[in-house]
Design a protein around this ligand. Structure first.
Ligand SMILES: C[S@@+](CC[C@H](N)C(=O)[O-])C[C@H]1O[C@@H](n2cnc3c(N)ncnc32)[C@H](O)[C@@H]1O
Length: 309
């Protein structure tokens, strides 16, 4: 099969790379090639991850010297290739995480949750801890974790942000390596937006590790986001507006209605869309839906869930 010498997942959210991946797959010579490629790059298969150097026969994790610029807490800033498109400068990248944490904190406070000593908090799908790092003021008194399926991101976080934070690699199989009822809060910015399979199993896994009364905060593409994109709204150069327009033309989501729609892309960056009323109704089988806030994380909606008993 055609292989690239560099890591094909490095910029998996970037539309040009997605187009390149599609082109490579079209050129694949056999079904075996296609399966091989799919297994390497597609995270929707359960128990997959983005490994270190997937195309190389070996990899070495080097000791890294910390000469990186620091933020206002003195924490190192990740290199740009770990920013996942959240800004083109370090300042924009860092501020985007600060804004998203502030918005989340406001929504949590309205529901009665405040950060306080002794809590356990998990960022599920943390990437380079763009959001988690802003919980630094609580890091001495709380247990703060980040997990992700991306080896590059978790390796960087473990090298540069731990301690005080803790990180562990996980997979796309809906299991997290924590005890039952462990966390006071789990949050996930733009993770459910990429989970096209086993989404409900993930919700139940998040519920398992949340303590009774604890909260789960996730962001999704909701009905408002679809309306915004179809009306020409801002997609911050992500390319998702064109994808929504294409999906609407093919599937008629507005005309015929829908519950969930998944756009599958060979690069692995699946995009998932939910009908707002469906989410409120379906997810309330397992959680109390405490808040639903459109446009809370860029063009994505925030859903705040609370575990009951
Ligand atoms: C769009 S990025 C958002 C990163 C981060 N939450 C933020 O707001 O900056 C989505 C992240 O979710 C991770 N991810 C996707 N599926 C996941 C899964 N099943 N478990 C853990 N992480 C996942 C990806 O590797 C990626 O780092």
């Amino acid at each position: 099969m055609p292989r690239t010498s560099s890591n094909p997942l490095k910029t998996w959210l970037s539309p040009p790379v997605a187009r390149l991946s599609n082109a490579l797959v079209r050129r694949a010579k056999s079904l075996h090639d296609l399966i091989d490629w799919e297994l390497q790059v597609t995270p929707r298969l359960a128990a997959k991850l983005y490994p270190h150097a997937p195309a190389a026969p070996e990899y070495v994790l080097r000791k890294r010297l910390d000469s990186l610029p620091r933020d206002e807490f003195g924490l190192p800033t990740p290199p740009q290739d770990l920013w996942m498109g959240y800004g083109k400068t370090a300042e924009v990248y860092l501020n985007s995480g600060k804004t998203d944490i502030q918005t989340m904190s406001g929504i949590l406070e309205n529901a009665g949750f405040c950060f306080s000593p002794g809590q356990r908090v998990l960022e599920w799908g943390c990437a380079a801890a763009r959001m988690l790092r802003w919980l630094y003021p609580h890091a001495q008194t709380s247990e703060l974790w980040g997990v992700d399926i991306s080896a590059r991101h978790i390796a960087w976080c473990a090298d540069f942000l731990s301690p005080p934070f803790q990180f562990v690699m996980t997979t796309t199989f809906p299991h997290l390596p924590f005890e039952d009822r462990y966390f006071d809060l789990i949050f996930a910015g733009s993770v459910m937006t990429h989970i096209s399979e086993l989404a409900e199993m993930w919700l139940l896994e998040l519920k398992r590790i949340t303590r009774p009364g604890g909260y789960v905060y996730v962001t999704i593409h909701d009905t408002q986001m679809l309306e915004d994109m179809l009306a020409g709204g801002e997609d911050y150069g992500s390319g998702i507006r064109a994808q929504v327009v294409g999906l609407e033309a093919r599937a008629g989501l507005r005309r015929d209605g829908f519950e969930m729609a998944a756009l599958r892309r060979v690069s692995g960056a699946d995009q998932v869309f939910y009908d707002t009323a469906f989410v409120k109704q379906r997810w309330s089988r397992w959680f109390q839906v405490r808040a639903f806030v459109p446009r809370a994380y860029g063009f994505q909606a925030a859903v705040l869930l609370q575990r009951q008993a």
